[in-house]
Design a protein around this ligand. Structure first.
Ligand code: DC
Length: 225
């Protein structure tokens, strides 16, 4: 079904700046902002809470069938009505979500929830497969990239602010491991949609990235105005 308003898809690897940019730009435009990575993260932490091993496909399938993942109007994320907002930005959640998101049946379920969340349009959705799988007909597709070193540095600062320890080297290793899993998985691997515009954020400030993204969106949603 065609969404009733503009859909903006922002994809790219972790640490390229997707979340901050998407959130800020959505606010400026008055659009809904959907962080699909948060959905995979919350889902993965909930699986751990249930005591289900990601290798136990039967139990995981059963849980996936009865799972509901949603946001409230303040952007809090819930799995089966339990609030996971404060538990999804940890190194454990990084790893669990990266593993669990390789499962095809998990992706199918979350993609269907994401399409429902975005069906009204006026939405910026960010993730890995938004322009390729979730909304292949999105009005605007942007693919944000940055060097692994810069992404590790940003992640290091973010974790440090939250009081987590860990060296830059460890973070770089974890990022390269996640990149490998994200790009090599057989179900909807991370890749640029052919019609997505690439924005390399390595040398850009947050304001510069936002400005470019805003211009691309304004150009792409003209027909809705
Ligand atoms: O963007 P993020 O780092 O919060 O995402 C967490 C994990 O979820 C990441 O390892 C990749 C996965 N993910 C995905 O497979 N598809 C998406 N649309 C978003 C995230």
């Amino acid at each position: 079904m065609k969404p009733r308003g503009p859909v903006v898809a922002i994809d790219g690897p972790s640490g390229a700046g997707k979340s901050t940019v998407s959130r800020n730009v959505a606010k400026k435009l008055g659009f809904k902002y959907v962080d699909t990575g948060a959905m995979y993260r919350a889902f993965a932490v909930a699986v751990e809470d249930e005591g289900i091993s990601p290798e136990d496909e039967d139990a995981l399938k059963e849980f996936t069938k009865r799972v509901d993942v949603c946001f409230d109007k303040d952007g809090h994320i819930y799995v089966n009505r339990r609030d996971y907002t404060h538990r999804i930005r940890t190194p454990l959640a990084d790893r669990l979500s990266s593993v669990i998101s390789t499962k095809g049946f998990v992706r199918e379920r979350l993609v269907s929830l994401q399409r429902r969340i975005g069906e009204e349009g006026y939405v910026i959705m960010e993730g890995r497969d938004i322009g390729t799988v979730v909304f292949p007909d999105a009005d605007v597709k942007i693919y944000l990239v940055a060097s692994q070193e810069v992404r590790a540095e940003r992640r290091f600062r973010e974790l440090k602010e939250k009081g987590h320890r860990g060296s830059k080297e460890e973070i770089l290793k974890a990022i390269s491991e996640r990149d490998r899993r994200d790009t090599e998985r057989s179900h909807s691997p991370l890749r640029r949609a052919e019609d997505a515009v690439v924005v390399d954020t390595t040398e850009l400030s947050l304001e510069e990235v936002e400005e470019r993204v805003m211009k691309l969106i304004e150009r792409g949603i003209k027909e809705w105005k």
